[in-house]
Design a protein around this ligand. Structure first.
Ligand code: ZN
Length: 457
């Protein structure tokens, strides 16, 4: 999928604009000019006369940077609604046997559905943490990369892994774990095959052993060394539940945060998913090392895992992005609901001043970009940055008349998208995805889900 050429001009005007730049610049009525895949200008009032430009009338809308999703498991889109009332460890042991049946077909269909749903909720860049590689599964990372190209999102998939099966004291069944050597080889292959370091890259690979209770210390240590040799980022689940905390204390004699630090898993090239059960020392370590956090408030509440100390992490300067997490623990996977839930849970935990609507929007955009190492390219509306933009329709019955458009976006119900641009290309227009046939994908998802559940018996 190629980016629009530099001759292509697109103008959005008449809308409120929240740039999320360092000064927090906002325009009550403003415009943006996009040339090719880059933002050329942003400002107050109508756009300058630009011959030949495609013009989008943004009256009644709010323009924000596209949202960045920092944690997901796209394959779970075809395993939603199972173990709906379970703890994390119960939920995992119910789902592992179903996940053991995934193949290229299931992953391609699941990723297409999951990515399309993300696009419909304002997401322009997403990561994915894929860690289930059944022996006969085929090219699963390739399948989701194809899906992302088709839907048209900027994609940061990670080559995940598990090497600690049940027979060795881990939680996953032995049929879905791989050997250390196989994992390291597949990880290096994925980076050489797909990783693109360019400024306007649509595809970057990271390495992501799954969690302290499904991988060995050797895999964590070796993956960190390999990622640094190859210049790619590192991602894992950390400090998600009390069960995990107790597992680490009894197995390793230390907290999950201490364990990861010992194995080289802190630094500005690392981000942890969840990071809920942290003490003050762990927060200071994350801040000192600029280790990022993917905060997933909806998933955390669905699993009853706890409320992350986002206010303390933010005050300490830890880079924070938001994530929907896998659809098996967040059936809606609506990215625009995450800043709202982050705000609500932070205020519930820390009081009314805990998190402002503007900080919530920043976490969902520039914060996520920083966590993925893309803050120079995306995450705010500034000339020279890539044109990843979300135009929210606030003229609906649900939103019309809310005084502050950013409060309407964050505190109101999820608004429909008037337009979503990724890399200068229109992916959603008037709530409809332009790149795929939504109804056909929905039918495919139902087919793949039924096949997978039947396979698990
Ligand atoms: Zn997860």
């Amino acid at each position: 999928m190629s980016a629009p050429s530099n001759d292509t001009l697109l103008v959005i005007e008449g809308c409120a604009v929240a740039t999320v730049d360092a000064a927090g610049t906002e325009y009550r009525v403003g415009h943006v000019v996009v040339r090719g895949n880059r933002i050329e200008a942003v400002g107050s009032g109508p756009a300058p006369e630009t011959a030949g430009a495609t013009r989008i009338d943004g009256r009644g809308c709010l323009l924000t940077p596209g949202l960045v999703n920092t944690h997901h498991h796209l394959y779970q889109w075809v395993t939603r609604g199972l173990a709906a009332d379970a703890t994390l460890f119960e939920w995992l042991t119910t789902l592992y046997p179903v996940w053991a049946g995934i193949d290229e077909d299931a992953v391609r269909v699941a990723a297409t559905g999951g990515l399309a749903s993300l696009a419909r909720t304002g997401c322009t860049t997403t990561t994915d943490h894929h860690y289930v590689f059944p022996r006969e599964g085929g090219d699963l990372l390739g399948a989701e990369i194809d899906a992302a190209a088709q839907v048209g999102l900027r994609f940061h998939p990670t080559r995940g892994s598990m090497d600690l099966g049940r027979s060795a004291g881990g939680l996953p069944p032995d049929s879905v774990v791989e050997t250390l050597d196989d994992i390291l080889k597949a990880s290096a292959d994925a980076v050489s095959r797909w990783h693109d370091e360019s400024f306007d890259s649509m595809l970057r690979i990271g390495l992501a052993p799954c969690s302290p209770f499904s991988v060995t210390a050797d895999l964590l240590r070796e993956s960190a060394l390999l990622a640094r040799e190859l210049g790619v980022r590192l991602h894992t689940h950390a400090a998600e539940t009390v069960d995990e905390h107790e597992y680490c204390l009894s197995t390793h004699g230390c907290t999950p945060a201490e364990y990861l630090e010992q194995l080289g898993w802190v630094g500005s090239d690392v981000w942890w998913a969840h990071a809920i059960h942290l003490d003050d020392t762990a927060i200071a370590t994350l801040a000192k090392t600029a280790t990022g956090v993917a905060h997933c408030p909806t998933s955390n509440a669905r699993i009853g895992a706890g409320i992350a100390r986002i206010v303390d992490l933010h005050a300490a300067g830890v880079p924070i992005g938001l994530g929907v997490d896998g659809a098996a623990s967040n059936e809606s996977s609506s990215l625009i609901e995450e800043p709202r839930n982050a705000l609500l849970f932070a205020r519930q935990r820390n009081g009314p001043q805990a998190l402002s609507v503007r900080t919530a929007l920043e976490l969902a955009t520039l914060g996520g970009a920083r966590v993925l190492g893309r803050h120079k390219e995306i995450g705010s509306i500034e000339p020279g940055k890539l044109a990843d933009l979300a135009l929210w329709n606030l003229g609906t019955l649900a939103h019309a008349g809310i005084e502050d458009p950013i409060a309407a976006l964050i505190l109101g119900s999820a608004p429909p998208l008037a337009a979503l641009l990724v890399n200068g290309r229109i992916v959603v227009r008037n709530t409809v995805i332009q790149t795929i046939d939504e109804e056909a994908v929905g039918r495919e998802v139902a087919r793949a889900q039924a096949k997978l559940v039947a396979k698990a018996g």
